[in-house]
Design a binder for this molecule. Structure first.
Ligand code: PMV
Length: 363
């Protein structure tokens, strides 16, 4: 496992390159087998796979111009939904500093980043995945524009995925539309702990139009960050069997994805969601992100499935919101059930209708 993007040669001739801007819209993703637990520089303890979404996205514009000071430090102004946001700005400066060995030109310009989400941030909808993937894509675009180093799309995406991973592990999967997997697995050629790879070519048609409606049970900020959650896996006594289980579930899921076995897919998705939250509850200190209405929705989804025999399943991210997973063909039956039975359990009766998306676009 070695891939070194450190490149001291990526310094621009600032007499020729003065200003520029790049904008990317990058979606969030929903992991079916979850990444939970990491080591080293943002390396996963187990492989994971996700659907890239369509409507839950971040728009990020990276503008650059001449530096105002002669200091080496990163010069950045950050605006979130047009408002200065010092807390995010601080995090971003730290991140840009951490990747300045990959992009040494980050020290040569003054930057303004403007970002906005199509959904509430820090609510357990993977906002860091869309935000960090959008930023990684902007950085790769800037490199490519100035140095013409990433003209091959495969190389561009690989580097963007690698850099996104350094910002937020799950972000590396958002670089690809459809399904994306991350983490080295003998049975998946080119798979790596360092970046994600697309996994749509091997997938049955039914999963290419799958729906993922996000039921917003609560949009408040979550009490424990993912960073803290990953760290708590270190001393979790269930960690080792959990990582082993994730590997086994990946193997079973990849088979189900290839054959179009929606039932196996759905069972794995639900078990993974509950295992993720079980790990949080079994951490020390223990914590809980699900809410009473999360549990009520889970019960109603399972009752609906038992009654109708329709393949309606749920997943959860690191938060209280429910991701409702179902194939396109049952949408007309699911919609009235969601409307009458599930939306009343959501904050302000809100949801984000979403489905498997095509991946990031440069705007
Ligand atoms: O990317 P992070 O560090 O925010 O971790 C998020 C992990 C989960 O969203 C809970 C699961 C996953 O695989 O996306």
């Amino acid at each position: 496992m070695s891939l070194d993007y450190t490149n001291p040669k990526l310094l621009a001739d600032t007499s020729k390159v003065e200003t520029g801007e790049f904008t990317w819209r990058s979606p969030s993703n929903l992991a079916i087998v979850k990444y939970w637990g990491k080591h080293g520089r943002q390396l996963p303890r187990n492989p994971s796979i996700s659907f890239t979404l369509e409507n839950a996205f971040t728009d990020t514009r990276l503008e650059f111009g001449p530096k105002k000071s002669s200091e080496q430090s990163i010069e950045l102004d950050f605006f979130f939904h047009d408002e200065p946001n010092p807390a995010f700005q601080k995090k971003l400066v730290k991140f840009l500093e951490s990747v300045s060995d990959i992009f040494p030109f980050l020290h040569q310009f003054a930057f303004t980043i403007r970002s906005g989400n199509s959904f509430p941030h820090s609510a357990g909808i993977a906002s860091s995945a869309s935000a960090m993937s959008a930023l990684a894509l902007c950085l790769c675009s800037m490199e490519d524009e100035i140095f013409k180093t990433l003209q091959d799309d495969v190389e561009f995406d690989k580097k963007a995925s690698f850099v996104a991973r350094l910002g937020s592990g799950s972000a590396c999967r958002s670089i690809y539309g459809g399904l994306a997997m991350w983490g080295q697995m003998g049975e998946v050629e080119n798979s790596s702990d360092l970046y994600a790879v697309p996994y749509s070519d091997e997938t049955h048609e039914v999963f290419k139009t799958f729906h993922d409606d996000i039921l917003l049970v609560s949009t408040g900020e979550k009490s424990v960050s993912s960073t803290a959650g990953h760290a708590l896996m270190e001393d979790n006594i269930y960690a080792a069997p959990r990582f082993q289980q994730a590997g086994q579930r990946m193997h079973n899921l990849l088979e189900a994805l290839r054959t179009g076995d929606v039932e196996t897919f759905g069972n794995i998705a639900e078990n993974e969601a509950l295992t993720l939250h079980a790990m949080m509850m079994a951490s020390n200190p223990s914590y809980m992100l699900i809410e009473p209405n999360t549990v009520e929705i889970i019960k109603r989804v399972r009752a609906y499935r038992a009654e109708t025999k329709e393949p309606l399943y749920f997943s959860l991210d690191a938060g209280p919101n429910i991701h409702l997973l179902y194939p396109e063909e049952i949408i007309h039956n699911v919609a009235p059930f969601v409307e009458s039975q599930l939306l009343p359990l959501c904050q302000d009766g809100k949801m984000i209708q979403d489905w498997v998306g095509e991946g990031p676009v440069q705007v």
